[in-house]
Design a binder for this molecule. Structure first.
Ligand code: KG4
Ligand code: ZN
Length: 352
């Protein structure tokens, strides 16, 4: 039972064929990083145009390398939202056209549910519910109770910046490139995580909510009071420099700042994830989304030695991909939860 997944919610055009919700036969991701890097973030109009250019060859490559024809598909799954509307529309329109032409069922998938299934598909045989899912990416920082493979309850979320967004903004503020997460992840282990003490504001209301904008401002204040103008300006002038080069030329005090920033983000994420897991009596924690690549987050969660497993996706499934969309569609397919041709792109689609 093969499902073709199509993902185009942000700056990656992706397609994948997944068999029985678990076996990845192909996963193709066309990244637009080079297009957006010089602007320090994703430019929505450019993203839509890139998706238009890529969607047909990416889907064709996914089918070819899975040795699968359209006739062999059981359904086509596509990201409905959340994301950039112009980008989502490209994937949705193409998926609808293929379904219409071939008489295939269409399945709209929530991008966040996709991130959760990036892990569920890998550990499906051993996963016990309820599960606490921490979805951390450039656009989301959410805690969900996953009651079974397909129903969710929102426990907490960021009230301002997403964790990945905080990584990207702090990197940009300090003159590094985009995306900031992988750069900070590489530099932070060379600094002292306790060098700068960031105190975060107490949360009123739901204590499982996150807030990262105060931390970003605290980094800005630190930068302003440490005369870093020249150092940052010099970095902004450096083009096509690799992360390894950044590691060689970044002063120790800046490495300490980055290490302390990353340490604080990880502390916040894990503290609330563990508290939520306790609240629901979770049998496992799932961490997914682009920030789940972070080596500090992975090692810190292992160091907690929790009495239940903490699962992260394997490389390639943490950041945006279409295998997770096809996998999330599988339980919907088995319950005949199909979408109509009126499936709309929803920028703010929620999961629960
Ligand atoms: O899931 P994703 O590919 O796209 C969204 O749905 O947003 O996540 C991208 C985000 C970016 O903010 C990027 O900086 C962050 O994930 N990221 C990381 C790492 N790799 C990617 N953040 C921290 N450490 C990393 N190694
Ligand atoms: Zn994502």
């Amino acid at each position: 039972m093969r499902i073709l997944g199509i993902e185009s919610s942000c700056d990656e055009t992706a397609a994948s064929v997944v068999e029985d919700g678990r076996r990845i036969l192909s996963s193709v991701v066309a990244s637009q990083l080079d297009t957006h890097a010089k602007y320090g973030g994703v430019v929505p109009e450019l993203a839509s145009r890139e998706h238009l250019r890529s969607v047909v060859p990416v889907v064709r490559e996914a089918l070819d390398s899975a040795n699968t024809t359209l006739d062999q598909l059981a359904a086509i799954a596509v990201t409905q939202g959340p994301g950039l509307v112009g980008s989502l529309l490209v994937g949705i329109t193409y998926a609808k056209s293929l379904c219409f032409a071939r008489g295939l069922p269409l399945i709209g998938v929530n991008h966040i549910e996709g991130h959760i299934h990036a892990v569920v598909m890998e550990v499906a045989g051993t996963l016990e519910f309820p599960v606490l899912a921490l979805v951390v990416s450039g656009g989301h920082t959410h805690l969900f109770e996953v009651k079974d493979g397909f129903s969710y309850r929102l426990l907490g979320k960021t009230r301002d910046d997403a964790a990945g967004e905080a990584f990207d903004k702090v990197a940009k503020l300090l003159g590094y490139g985009y995306p900031g997460g992988p750069i900070i992840d590489r530099l932070a282990p060379s600094g002292n995580p306790r060098a700068v003490k960031f105190t975060l504001a107490r949360m009123k209301g739901n204590t499982l909510d996150f807030s990262f904008s105060g931390l970003k401002t605290a980094v800005l204040r630190w930068v302003e009071s440490h005369d870093m103008g020249e150092e940052i300006a010099a970095r902004r002038q450096s083009h096509s420099i690799t992360t390894e080069d950044w590691l060689r030329v970044t002063p120790p005090a800046t490495l300490d700042l980055l290490a302390s920033f990353q340490y604080t983000v990880i502390e916040e994420l894990l503290r609330r994830a563990v508290a939520s897991a306790q609240t629901i009596g979770a049998k496992a924690i799932i961490v997914s989304g682009g920030v789940a690549c972070n080596t500090g987050l992975r090692s810190s969660s292992a160091a907690l030695r929790l009495p239940y497993p903490v699962y992260f996706p394997t490389a390639g499934l943490s950041t945006d991909n279409a295998a997770m969309i096809a996998a999330a569609a599988f339980p919907k397919f088995t319950r005949s939860e199909f979408s109509g041709f009126d499936l709309a792109a929803l920028a703010n689609l929620t999961l629960a």
